[in-house]
Design a protein around this ligand. Sequence first.
Ligand code: FES
Length: 387
Amino acid sequence: MESSVAHTGDQDRQRKSRTSPWPRYDEAALGFRNYWYPAMMSHKLRGRPVAIQILGEKLLFVRYQGKCFALEDRCAHRGIPLSVGRCEFPGTNTITCRYHGWTFDVANGNCVAALTDGPDSPIVGKAKVKTYPADERKGLIWVFIGDGEPPPLQEDVPEELLSSDAITGIRVTLRDGNWRLAAENGLDPSHAAYLHRNAWVTLFRKFPAAKTNVAPQIAGPWVGYSQSAPIMEGNYPRLGIWPIGEWWKMPRKGSPTKTQLRLPGFLRVDPFPTAGIVHFEWYVPVDERHHRYFQFSVKWTSGLKALRFRLAYWLWWRWLAHVQFNGQDAWMVKLMDPFYSEQDGWKRERLYRPDIGLTAWRKHCQENARQVQRIAVEDEGYRADLL
Ligand code: FES
C-alpha cells in the first residue's frame, strides 16, 4: 500500500514538473484572437438584436437598413446588455440602453445621446462601446475578434468556401466541451475506426481495424497526416481476431479521405460523407467549456445539380452526417471535457502512436497562432469626468 502511494506521489511530481512543449496552446482555453470567425446564420438576424458570446467576449449583432453591425454587449454606463435595448430613432444606426437611455451609434460605438440627461448631456462624445468588424458571406455573419485593422476575410476563410458556386448546407449548434477537444477530435486519425464504425451513414462500409504509420503532414496553413495501408483485420495477442462478423460491409472505394485542420480551429474533410462532397467544420470558442460548432457540406456546382444537392442535403446528408455521425463526436467531446477542464487532463493524458497528428497540431498552434485570447477588463475612466 505504502509503495503504491509513494509511486503515485512520484507520478504526480513528474507530471507537475513536466514542461509543456506548447504552452501557448495550453493557455488558449478561449481560443486565438486576431482571426475572423463565423458568428451566426445571416437569416437569424432580423429586426431584433442578437447576443452571442465568442472567445469569452459578449457581442451584440444588429441589422439596420440591411447592414449588419457587431458591438460589445455592455452599456458603457452600468453594464446592462445592450441586446435588451431598442432603436428609439428609426432610420438612424443607433441602439438605446433599456436602463437610462444612453444611446450608441452602432457603426463606431460612440455615445450620441443620454436621453435621461437631456439633449445637452456632457457624456455625449465621451463614452463609447467597442465595435467589431463584421461581414456577411455565404449565408453567414463573420466577425473579426482582435485588435487593429483586420486582414481580408479570404485570408482566414478559404476562397473555395466563399466562391459563388460553392453550394453549402450548414448546421450550427452549441456544444459542450472546450474547443481544443473538438478540434483535436476532428483531426484524430484513429477514432473513426472505432467510434463511427456503426454510424448510420457508414453502416455498410468496412472500416479498418487500425491505421498504420500515421505521420504528420503540413501543407501551408493545414495540418494533416499521411498513413500506410491500414490493417483491415488484426490478430491481437491473447485475444484473437477483430473485427469479425461484418460480412455485410464493403471496403470504401476511391481515394482515401483527406482530413486537415488549420488555425484558428477549422477542419476540412475531403470527401465526406460521400464522393463529391467536402465537409468543413469550425469550432468557435464560446467560453472555456463550450464551443459553437459550424458544419458545412459543400459541393461546387450550379443549376439543376445545385438544386439536387440542396435537396439531398436536407433529405438525408444533414441527418446522417451532421446530426448522427458528428453527434457521436459531440458525445465524446462532452465526456472528455471534465477530465481536461477539472482534472488536469492536459498533463495527465497518455498519448499513443496515432496521436502524432494531434501533437503536430498543438506544435503548429504554438508556433503559428496570432495571439492567445485572454479576457482583459478595460478601464475606460469615464467616472473621473463626472466627479
Ligand atoms: Fe445603460 Fe444606464 S446602464 S443607460
